[in-house]
Design a protein around this ligand. Structure first.
Ligand code: UFG
Length: 341
């Protein structure tokens, strides 16, 4: 299939591009490189550097490549930042997604996989969250993603498209090859921040709040291996039906507290991790753990790499091989990789 992947140079997008190519799909990678890295985009993909709101370039690329399905990752992803700068989230995550949907409509592309988030559920306080739980996001990030979910539902009802929306829980780990991994700037996510302490790049791991209603007082999250997550998108390729939409949680169904993740990092790296307790971070729910039985049953998703120890081991391999993340500049890459017209 001919697939356009937006946000293809980002952490999850780059793993997904590789998984699609490995399964024989053709990939048109789109990224504005505001946060992604050229080096992360598999050289078998064609890369177009532009924002998804740039309808003229996007539509020309869709037509030329013969795009049949879009996988839409491009978005802002930081919960804390979304509270401080909500306009950035509504513009990038919602308004630009509508622009992409318009471009798809004009070009006759009627299938989309949307990367949504567990943040659409808010602070539900249930042991495991299923897709039928109410969506009550507690931060602008979650609300901006929920608005796209609503639009997709309405567009599918109007028979304009078919979609699968994946609600990711906490994506972590790295490609087993050590060639792809997590490299956000700034890095706000728990696991890479702890590993930077193990690598001697930061003095101590920060714990944002130790007075949550959880057994050790720190937030509980459900960590899913990024390669397993990417595989779900490959499975989605054959499952979308125009006029229909489906939501699937992607998670491990196991919760780990911040302190448990720090302990796991200490065990895998063999380095003691000093910690410092700070105030709660705005917008954080206490517990987010998935019921992902629908993805397992309906898409036959098998998250075989999703165990905390494996996730930390793969992330640590990436971190030790790439202590400063991706390093090459676009200018150093082979000519012809990037088309910006
Ligand atoms: N945390 C710390 N110290 C840190 C970093 C994070 O204690 O240095 C805590 C956070 O407060 C939170 C937990 O670790 O309780 C996980 O934080 P992350 O920033 O790693 O991830 P989030 O849960 O905030 O968000 C991630 C994705 C979202 C997605 C969400 C779904 O970034 O896109 O998981 O669970 F919506």
């Amino acid at each position: 299939m001919n697939v356009m992947v937006t946000g293809a140079a980002g952490y999850i997008g780059s793993h997904c591009v590789r998984a699609l190519l490995d399964e024989g799909h053709r990939v048109l990678a789109v990224d504005d490189l505001s946060h992604g890295f050229v080096e992360a985009v598999d050289s078998r993909a064609e890369l177009v550097v532009c924002g998804i709101e740039n309808s003229a370039v996007i539509e020309k690329a869709i037509e030329r490549f013969g795009v049949e399905t879009v996988i839409h990752f491009a978005a802002c992803i930081e919960v804390g930042e979304s509270v401080a700068v909500p306009d950035k989230y509504y513009r990038n995550n919602f308004s630009n997604a509508l622009s992409l949907l318009d471009s798809m409509h004009r070009q006759g592309v009627r299938k989309i996989v949307f990367s949504s988030t567990a943040a659409v559920y808010g602070d539900l306080r249930v042991p495991r969250i299923s897709e039928s739980q109410p969506r009550c996001p507690i931060n602008p990030y979650g609300r901006s993603k929920l608005m796209v979910e609503w639009a997709l539902e309405d567009y599918a009802r109007a028979n304009r498209l078919g979609f699968i929306a994946f609600r990711y829980f906490n994506v972590a780990g790295a490609h087993v090859s050590g060639l792809l991994g997590e490299a956000h700037q700034p890095e706000t996510h728990l696991l890479p921040r702890i590993l930077s302490v193990a690598a001697g790049q930061s003095p101590e791991a920060s714990i944002f709040g130790c007075d949550y209603p959880t057994p050790d007082g720190t937030c509980i999250r459900d960590y899913v291996h990024v390669e397993d997550l990417a595989e779900a998108h490959v499975l989605a390729m054959g499952a979308i039906r125009v006029g229909k939409g489906a939501f699937y949680n992607l998670g491990s169904e196991c919760g780990f507290s911040v302190r448990q993740v720090i302990d796991a990092c200490g065990e895998v790296t063999g380095v003691p991790i000093p910690t410092k307790v700070l105030a709660r971070r705005d917008g954080d729910p206490a517990v987010l753990v998935a019921d992902s039985s629908s993805a397992r049953n309906e898409l036959k998703w098998r998250p075989i790499r999703t165990q905390l120890r494996r996730i930390v081991t793969d992330a640590w391999r990436w971190h030790t091989l790439h202590p400063t993340g991706y390093t090459k500049l676009s200018a150093e890459l082979p000519a012809g990789r990037i088309s910006c017209q």
